[in-house]
Design a protein around this ligand. Structure first.
Ligand SMILES: C[S@@+](CC[C@H](N)C(=O)[O-])C[C@H]1O[C@@H](n2cnc3c(N)ncnc32)[C@H](O)[C@@H]1O
Length: 269
């Protein structure tokens, strides 16, 4: 069940107790220090951010309503099956700008060839990733046909031909895709906010990760079970470095570095 304001505050106070200060002080891993100071906490402003944010603005003022069908077993939004305005989706569901920019910077830095996103919605996070590496391919899966259609149309209008949108559930489409591709270099999991499901998706993806792959999970503090699942992901023996940024977490699978879990501040946190 989604945490209420008190649960989030409690979790945030625990995070602040354990996190390292901003600025990279206390990060003893050269890989993580360089990544944090130059990429995660980087502050580049790219022209394309404006076009993506203009699209968000357009969605924010859009009164068109769509039916949010139940695409997953678990409750994750509170308005499944109801008529919901696109403005509400853009406000409550899409990644906020600071997270979009983080996705952009990570993809731009590592230039992953095969990217995967679980949860397209209206396509805002997909746009950040796809534009950071026009030579890579981004597969993005969405189970709600209505938002899928809106995103797909916009990808076409923006000429984002490196996005391959897939309409269907993660449960059906992810195993198919995993058979088709040789590996996943960058994965962004932002779909069903359910800890058990998250672990299931991760297990499907795991066999397609290599030592340079990166997995980013959004909403790791959405609920107790999401936080438990994040702890389990960090502990996976194939994970060498984890970076907890409060709202999201990033996992690395590099060989030859001692396993370490970092808790770092980014954006408003
Ligand atoms: C948080 S939104 C994604 C937001 C998007 N990444 C962005 O920032 O613009 C999650 C999306 O995942 C979809 N979803 C949730 N569970 C799913 C499932 N099991 N299969 C397919 N889609 C699912 C929902 O329909 C929803 O649109």
């Amino acid at each position: 069940m989604r945490r209420g304001a008190w649960g989030i505050l409690k979790s945030y106070l625990q995070f602040r107790k354990k996190c390292l200060p901003k600025g990279g002080y206390g990060i003893h891993s050269p890989f993580v220090f360089e990544l944090y100071t130059n990429v995660i906490a980087g502050n580049t402003n790219e022209a394309i951010f404006e076009s993506i944010e203009a699209y968000r603005k357009e969605m924010l003022s859009c009164d068109i309503g769509i039916i949010r069908k139940s695409v997953a077993e678990s409750l994750n939004g509170g308005f499944r099956g109801e008529l919901v305005k696109l403005s509400r989706i853009a406000r409550t569901v899409s990644v906020p700008p600071h997270l979009g920019r983080l996705l952009y910077r990570l993809v731009k830095h590592f230039q992953p060839q095969v990217m995967l996103e679980l949860g397209t919605s209206v396509g805002i996070s997909s746009m950040y990733m796809a534009q950071a590496n026009p030579n890579g391919t981004l597969y993005t899966i969405e189970g709600n046909e209505a938002v899928f259609g809106i995103a797909q149309k916009r990808f076409q209008a923006m000429g984002l031909t490196n996005i391959k949108p897939i309409c269907g559930t993660f449960e059906t489409e992810l195993p198919h895709l995993a058979k088709k591709v040789s590996n996943f270099d960058f994965v962004f999991i932002d779909g069903d906010h359910n800890g058990t499901k998250l672990l299931q998706y991760f297990n499907v993806i795991l066999s397609k990760l290599n030592e340079n792959s990166i997995v980013m999970v959004d909403d790791i503090r959405w609920s107790n079970d999401m936080e438990d699942a994040w702890r389990e992901l960090k502990a996976n023996r194939q994970v060498s470095v984890s970076i907890d940024l409060f709202r999201c977490g990033v996992l690395f699978f590099r060989h030859g570095i001692a396993k370490q879990n970092f808790i770092l501040r980014y954006g408003p946190f």
